[in-house]
Design a protein around this ligand. Structure first.
Ligand code: SF4
Length: 696
């Protein structure tokens, strides 16, 4: 402020980092942001913020921003700076040539959870209507796709059930595979406030997280399970609920489908799910599992919050259903203070899924095989939509290596860095005839690209993000796009160049189209967002100003009753062995964000400038490891080098790192294992060997 002077005006907008979706006033002098002030009227944050949203916005004007479109014929040639018209024309020509030679299915695209709802909607529309196939996927594939599947199967809607503020009515908070104080800081602070007021805390996590160190905790438990045993643990918790008569029988009788419940009750009552049987599998003492189940089931209001430690497993979808089972069995759904709450990592994970980015679903989770839903879209889009689901991201990679998939349009996602088994991803990208990357920086994926289209940051565009509580927040442009175009305009021009016309003059018109085709968004418009500040979907005739709490009376599934799912535990094939005796798991740190493309280009870099490997003192002593030593980490997939931190937060046999810095290459060592239902990668369990090495 001292350097830039006093602000002249301010614009309310939404943070583009995590799924909390905090509102900020961008205080401006001309086209420059002087500071970001947390906005008191923001319903997700009520005037609070964290070090990312508050301070880490300087990346928007960083010297590394791509300021002009670029093209090249092959990836070993230098980039050639060209006009927008030439770049888009080049991209469209290559896509048409490839489709003419290799068929309609030979191209596809990936949308981003970093982009707005409107941009995401347009990319999947371009692929379905312009490319003529369903080869669209989103980076949510690698984070919360199991949430989409698991909650749809059990509760009927692929979304969390509560508002963030609901936690203030909770008597017990069960946190599974999440680290809210680092990854969702503003909500983590709110949760802490409730815990200090006396709510019980149960944390199920391989690592000791900061929440457990909250001062003046009334009652807390840590269940330090072995990575990969989530389903065994949640089944054991449910087993205690059922066999000790702690179920909410009235809720089950009135709100849940009877046959499915009977089958599940028989399944979960079996002795093989008992805490005593599961102790050896999970590594958690049977008595602690019993105590945790009793605390959760007998609290007046008990809420579950979970993160990627639940979804990024070979049984991610099963675990999401197991969590829903537990909440249903105890009647903890449909009112304040309870619920099943996925903590979404990126700002618009919820929105990117809502907007039809998945290859099997149109916007609003309407299946492409449903002729009625398809017919609605066909009438508005003026094309026939393929009724067969398209390729998921890992299928695109495999098909590219096999020579069947030849071109890809990637908006706002660095797949070469963020997807597992980097060598495999790079092989696939290298095999493409045409890779079109639309991004704000020359990222790792762009190294394999033929067309580079400059992206715009959240400060340079209009649109909406949907946060983890289904809250649709406005994103407002505060400065002109650095390369002259907002992301949605680029997609429109690419579509027009391909011969599928799109005509919008403002993202509000795109939202109007979304609302006309998506039942849960029926009453959403920019006008209404101005009036209400934000809207939580479903927002329709039944809920004209949105729905803070879901499933109050009915579940949108079958005959309105929730569906218990059978959740058999199947151990991951990624196990420790003599050669790879430790299990690696991963997470985030407060000051950095995901692969760090933005935060590493801000002053936040000073707080955390490298990823390190946390090792339990026992494992460190066995290997002669001390703090700061360089360690070689090898897995079945690859090898990387990190420095050591000897830490009591770990349990013996488990090591941990973050994935914010490209040189550490955490994904060089993660494997191809993935969730059985959704192909979400199993980032959270990798068997590794760790040895001291000399400095790389
Ligand atoms: Fe942004 Fe999340 Fe921090 Fe809020 S909590 S300021 S949304 S990063």
């Amino acid at each position: 402020v001292i350097e830039m002077g006093q602000p002249e005006h301010s614009v309310v907008t939404t943070c583009a980092y995590c799924g909390v979706g905090c509102s900020f006033k961008a205080e401006m002098k001309g086209d420059q942001v002087v500071r970001m002030v947390p906005y008191k009227g923001g319903e997700a944050n009520h005037g609070h913020s964290c070090v990312k949203g508050r301070f880490a916005f300087g990346y928007a004007t960083h010297k590394d921003r791509i300021r002009a479109p670029m093209i090249r014929d092959s990836i070993d040639q230098p980039w050639k700076e060209v006009s927008w018209e030439e770049a888009i024309g080049f991209a469209a020509r290559r896509l048409k040539e490839i489709q003419a030679e290799h068929g309609r299915e030979s191209i596809g695209g990936i949308t981003s959870s970093r982009c707005t709802n409107e941009e995401t909607y347009l990319v999947q529309k371009l692929i379905r209507a312009g490319f003529g196939n369903n080869n669209t996927d989103t980076c949510a594939r690698v984070c919360h796709s199991p949430t989409g599947y698991g909650l749809k199967q059990t509760l009927g809607e692929s979304a969390g059930t509560q508002t963030f503020d609901s936690v203030m009515q909770s008597d017990c908070v069960l946190v599974i595979g999440a680290n809210p104080t680092d990854a969702h800081p503003v909500f983590g602070s709110l949760m802490r406030r409730r815990l200090r007021e006396g709510a019980s805390l149960i944390v199920a996590d391989p690592r000791h997280i900061d929440l457990l160190d909250t001062p003046h905790l009334n009652d807390s438990m840590h269940l330090p399970l072995r990575p990969g045993t989530n389903v065994a643990l949640v089944n054991a918790l449910a087993h205690v609920v059922v066999t000790e008569g702690l179920e909410d029988k009235e809720f089950i009788a009135s709100r849940c489908e009877g046959d499915a419940y009977s089958k599940w009750r028989d399944f979960i009552s079996d002795e093989r799910h008992s805490p005593e049987h599961m102790e050896a599998v999970t590594g958690v003492a049977a008595a602690d599992i019993r105590q945790a189940a009793r605390t959760y089931a007998t609290a007046g209001n008990a809420a579950i919050y979970y993160g990627l430690g639940v979804t990024e497993h070979s049984q991610g979808s099963t675990m999401v259903m197991g969590i829903a089972n537990l909440a249903l069995a105890t009647g903890n759904i449909g009112r304040e203070g309870v619920g099943v709450n996925p903590l979404r990592g990126q700002n618009n994970v919820q929105g990117s899924c809502d907007m039809g980015s998945f290859p099997h679903e149109l916007p609003g989770y309407q299946h492409v095989a449903d002729p009625v839903a398809r017919g609605r879209f066909e009438a508005v889009w003026g094309v026939e939509i393929d009724h067969e689901p398209g390729l998921r991201i890992p299928n695109m990679f495999d098909a590219a290596i096999a020579g069947q998939f030849r071109a890809m349009y990637v908006q706002g996602e660095d797949i070469a860095q963020s997807d597992p088994n980097t060598q495999h991803v790079e092989q696939a990208l290298r095999a493409l005839d045409c890779l079109i990357v639309q991004d704000i920086f020359l990222n790792e994926t762009a190294k394999f690209a033929h067309v580079l289209l400059p992206g715009s940051t959240f400060l340079e565009k209009n649109g909406t993000f949907t946060n983890a509580e289904r809250r649709i927040n406005r994103v407002r442009k505060v400065m002109p796009p650095i390369a002259g175009k907002e992301d949605w305009e680029v997609t429109v021009e690419l579509s027009n160049a391909l011969g599928y016309p799109m005509n919008y003059s403002h993202p509000s018109e795109i939202m109007d189209e979304i609302a006309s085709l998506t039942p849960s968004f029926k009453n959403v418009s920019y006008e209404k967002l101005e009036q209400e500040g934000s809207l939580q979907w479903p927002c329709n005739d039944e809920h004209p100003v949105g729905s803070p709490i879901m499933h109050v009376e009915n579940f949108p599934i079958g005959d309105g009753k929730a569906h218990f799912a059978i959740t058999e535990f199947v151990a991951t094939t990624e196990r420790s062995s003599r050669r790879y005796p430790l299990l690696l798991t991963t997470g985030r740190i407060l000051s950095q964000y995901n692969v760090g493309a933005q935060t590493r280009r801000t002053d936040n870099q000073a707080w955390h400038d490298e990823d390190i490997l946390e090792v339990h003192p026992h494992d460190a002593e066995e290997r002669g490891i001390k703090d700061g030593d360089w360690l070689g980490i090898s897995s079945r997939a690859g090898h990387t080098v990190l420095r050591a931190l000897v830490s009591e937060r770990m349990q013996p046999g488990v090591v941990y790192t973050t994935f914010h810095h490209p040189h550490s290459g955490a994904n060089v060592i993660t494997t191809d294992n993935s969730d059985w239902a959704t192909n979400c990668p199993e980032y959270k369990v990798t068997a590794v060997q760790v040895e001291k090495v000399t400095q790389p």
